[in-house]
Structures are given as C-alpha cells and as structure tokens.
Design a protein around this ligand. Sequence first.
Ligand SMILES: Nc1ncnc2c1ncn2[C@@H]1O[C@H](COP(=O)(O)OP(=O)(O)OP(=O)(O)O)[C@@H](O)[C@H]1O
Length: 307
Amino acid sequence: MSSTPPARAPEFGRDALIVCESLVRIYQTGSVEVQALQGLDLAVDSGEMVAVVGASGSGKSTLLSILAGIDAPTAGRARVDRWNLLAMSRADRVRYRRHTVGFVRQQTASNLVPYLTARQMVDLPMTTARTPVKARRDRAAELLATLGVADCGDRRPSQLSGGQQMRVAIAVALANQPRVLLADEPTGELDTATSAEVFGALRDVNRRFGVTVVVVTHDPAVSGQVERTVAIRDGRTSSEVLRRATTNAEGDTHVIAEEYAVMDRAGRVQVPRDFREALALTRRVRLALEPDHVTIRPDTAETADSA
Ligand SMILES: Nc1ncnc2c1ncn2[C@@H]1O[C@H](COP(=O)(O)OP(=O)(O)OP(=O)(O)O)[C@@H](O)[C@H]1O
C-alpha cells in the first residue's frame, strides 16, 4: 500500500534576510542559569525597518548582540543573509561584523573614538576593509551629509551634541555598506526632540540605502513610527503591531495599527493577560475550529466545579 508523505510546511523565513527560529541563549553565572532567549522566532525581510520592544530583561539586547555577531546563541537557528550565526569561524565572524552588519549602541560615547574626528571615524572601518582612498572619501562625505552632520566632519566627539554623536555613530556603522543596521536603544540617552531627529535619521537611511534596520527601543513614540513593532516577552516574540497608512475620501491620511499575537512553530500563542482576566481563562480552555477562525472559551466544567 502506498501512502502519500505529509506535505511539508515551507521553511520558516526562507526568503527573509534575518531569520531566528527557536532561538535559545542561556547565560551561566556560577550555578545560576538565566534563559535570556527561550525559543524566539523572528523573520525580517530585506529593506524592512522593525522596532523591538519589551520590558527590561525580556531579552532584547541579547537578541541584538547575537544578530550583531558579538554573542553566540546556545541553540536554535539564526541566519542573517548567507551567514549561519551558530556555525561561524572566528574569521567568518570578523568578516560578518565588518561587512554584513552595522551596530549602534545606546551609550553614544561608546560608539566613538575620543581622539578621532567624525570623518576619521567614518573612514576607519573602510580602511580596515581596504577600501581605496577615493571611495572612502566619497562615502564618508555622503554619509555625513545624509545624516545631517556634514559640517561636523572635523570635530571630535567632545565637540558634538548627543544627537550629533549618535548620527556620526550611525554613519560609522554604515561605512562598509552593511545589509543590516542594528541599533540598541539609540535614543535612550536623548531628549524627546533629539530622539525624534535621530529616529528620523534612521528612517532616512532605511529608505535611502535600503538597509534593513532593527531598532530596540523603550520609547513608544519611536516604536509608533515604524511599520512593524515586535514585542518580546520572557525571551520570546509575543505580539506584533503592523501599521499602514490609508487615505480617506477627503484625502486625509491616517495610520491604522493592528496588533497580532505571534504563534510559534509548535502552534503556541500567548493570550494577553487582560483577555485571560476578562473571561477568567485559566489552565484549561476550550478550543473550537470555525470555518474561518478559532475560538477559545473558558472551561465551563471547571467554572461549575469551583462554583
Ligand atoms: N552576560 C550576561 N550574563 C548573565 N546574564 C545575562 C547576561 N546578559 C544578559 N543577561 C540576562 O539575560 C536576561 C535578558 O537580558 P537582556 O539584556 O537581553 O534584556 P533587555 O530586554 O535588553 O533588557 P533592558 O531593556 O533592561 O536592556 C536578563 O535576565 C539579564 O539579566
């Protein structure tokens, strides 16, 4: 008797530029084990700009360090472009960090070298990558101009404001034309107006250079400006907000934001706490498949038992 093999689901994130699947990162400090990432799934397409939000300790920085090639995952799958982040040699890691990703840290000063000028700092990664002088000069001028700091080329970090330092840091991160720009709370140390400017600069480089941007932020005003916000809870992606602009008959443009729960590869979905509390959903719930949706109901037997 012949049996048809079950249809295989398409590979998760096959066409994405960044794919994390069931990603785990465990930190061991003495006898204490911290599971910073607990099976995180994430796919980001080329050219997207995505904000990552979540409570302190939820695993955002760990995710970014892994994508930046600074930290290595414990288990799962992580791929950026053609690089498998779980199986990179030391030399691969250097190449990856030099050419594929640019990284901007929260502490503005830690991105910069105190005794170099802005132009020299943008030049440095290109010198390391053996880019010819003329191309280096042109690229540095283009980046400083795009980031609105063309007039700061001869200044050292101490002669720049916090916002200017961050723009220069973004220019440095983009020097070798990476496909991905990662920013860990780039506006965390800045006031509201400067944050908005720096965030606008990130959006500009995303559009102008087509660089894929993943930005970790605590700031709802910042995350509200991107088309996609991914929320991380307890080391997993828990929900996503997608935003799109629509124009009504009067010509007014509105942004519509829709929140989605994220289902992991095993079919697990996290039901938000306010939904659980509103319907007293506890350990056991009743699931039913309807023609175009699934319902989740309280366990009436359990409710009756406890009455
Ligand atoms: N090097 C490390 N050694 C041990 N534990 C760590 C290390 N780095 C992070 N952790 C732990 O892993 C968990 C996730 O940390 P992570 O910094 O990724 O969170 P986060 O969401 O970025 O937090 P925050 O918003 O406060 O920066 C936390 O419990 C943290 O204490």
